[in-house]
Write a new protein. Structure first.
Length: 159
């Protein structure tokens, strides 16, 4: 049985740990420092961390675009030793709830079968491909989830 974990809002104080998680999870595709600072500080960004025994072991960020009635999951990473314990699923669920828009998109490496399975389990389907997206020129699959009206809560988006 996996360890228990908590999901909390991430802050700029998590920058160094987030850099480590990005580097471990994404290698040469890890976000540069300024993108991580933006994810942790800009308004309108959902930023959540997963803690296990007080240690940050996962992170997700989401970008809400209300004018487009669309949100984007911009990054989701869990340290390898903490995978397959429900952490990514919990981060994704909480981020979707906080974005609370009719559609959410994300991109994922074409060969990342584990992540693709998770996203399919959550109701995401492929809507596009971004060719040569990653540093090694691998394609990104663009996935989207469409919510029913009762699945998102902000009345102003129901018009």
């Amino acid at each position: 049985m996996g360890e228990t974990f908590q999901i909390q809002t991430a802050t700029w104080r998590d920058l160094n740990t987030l850099r480590e998680i990005e580097n471990v999870c994404f290698g040469e595709d890890a976000w540069p420092l300024w993108d991580l600072v933006a994810a942790l500080t800009l308004p309108g960004i959902v930023r959540l961390k997963a803690l296990s025994n007080g240690r940050m072991v996962g992170f997700i960020s989401g970008d809400s675009r209300p004018a487009e009635r669309l949100g984007w999951i911009t990054t989701l990473g869990v340290l390898p030793a903490y995978r397959r314990q429900g952490i990514a699923a919990a981060l994704l669920k909480d981020c979707e709830e906080k974005i609370s828009l009719p559609r959410i998109r994300l991109c994922v490496r074409r060969n990342n079968d584990g992540a693709i399975q998770l996203y399919h389990k959550f109701g995401y389907t492929q809507v596009g491909v971004w060719p040569n997206y990653y540093q090694d020129r691998e394609d990104a699959l663009v996935l989207e989830k469409v919510f029913k009206k009762e699945e998102y809560s902000r009345d102003r988006f129901l018009a």
